[in-house]
Design a protein around this ligand. Structure first.
Ligand SMILES: Nc1ncnc2c1ncn2[C@@H]1O[C@H](COP(=O)(O)OP(=O)(O)O)[C@@H](O)[C@H]1O
Ligand SMILES: [Mg+2]
Length: 232
């Protein structure tokens, strides 16, 4: 990654979905510069383009027009192979649906990005255990998804997202399925771990109180950024 002070730059991003004869403009020229280590909350009504913006930022989806620049590099210059390698190593994802692999234990799920990266015998198992301890699941290493509560599953997902020491963490309503108490625990862990590790975080949330606890905020409306709040 280069000397750019920005970790995430979106330059006039549009995203048009075409379903049969109908066009949906999910993003209409979104521009955003996020400094390294910044923590940004993204709020806005359902359908305003929050998830689309996160997916495009994470190279899970491509923009119709505009540029995504991560760590100073225009990701459209990456081949598919380089792009997936970059995603695996540099970006952590936490979604509302945690997508844990049900047949694997907690620690195996956390190790998965390291196994995909080819970190065979290395430090991967040890780091996975340490991360599970850091999210308070040191006593749940060998539990499978069905043997964990919703909040515990999301904590496993956070540990998995941080395994590769990503530069960027993208979280889309990570506590959307949790009760209030578990939400608070998960939110606290997420903020704390990102802060400690200097991870640049974009967090989509419908919870305005949580959004205000992050240093920077963006409000989306109708496929665009309607408002900036906090420090930029
Ligand atoms: N894969 C898709 N195909 C077609 N339309 C989509 C797709 N994903 C999102 N949309 C549409 O794009 C708009 C923005 O969606 P989304 O980014 O999911 O909003 P939010 O996360 O803010 O609720 C919505 O109108 C939605 O219906
Ligand atoms: Mg969404």
């Amino acid at each position: 990654m280069s000397q750019s002070p920005y970790m995430v730059q979106l330059d006039r991003i549009t995203k048009v979905y075409q379903i049969e004869s109908q066009k949906v403009e999910a993003l209409r020229s979104v521009s955003l510069n996020v400094r390294k280590g910044a923590m940004v909350a993204i709020t806005g009504r359902s359908g305003s383009g929050k998830s689309t913006m996160l997916h495009v930022t994470g190279t899970l989806d491509t923009p119709t027009t505009g540029k995504v620049i991560l760590g100073g590099v225009d990701v459209s210059t990456y081949s598919d192979a380089v792009s997936s390698r970059f995603r695996n190593r540099k970006i952590g994802f936490v979604f509302q649906m945690n997508n844990l692999l049900p047949e694997f234990s907690a620690v195996e799920n956390v190790m998965m990005p390291g196994l995909i990266a080819g970190g065979g015998k290395s430090a991967v198992p040890l780091r996975a255990k340490d991360l599970l301890k850091a999210v308070g699941l040191g006593q749940r290493l060998n539990h499978r998804q069905a043997e964990l509560s919703g909040g515990e599953q999301q904590r496993v997902a956070i540990a998995r997202a941080l395994l590769m020491e990503p530069a960027i963490l993208l979280a889309d309503e990570p506590t959307g399925n949790l009760d209030l108490k578990s939400s608070e625990v998960v939110e606290e862990l997420l903020l704390d771990l990102c802060r400690k590790n200097g991870v640049t975080m974009l967090l989509v949330t419908h919870d305005n109180e949580l959004a205000q606890r992050l240093p920077s905020q963006v409000v989306m409306a109708e496929g665009n950024i309607a408002e900036f709040g906090g420090a930029w």
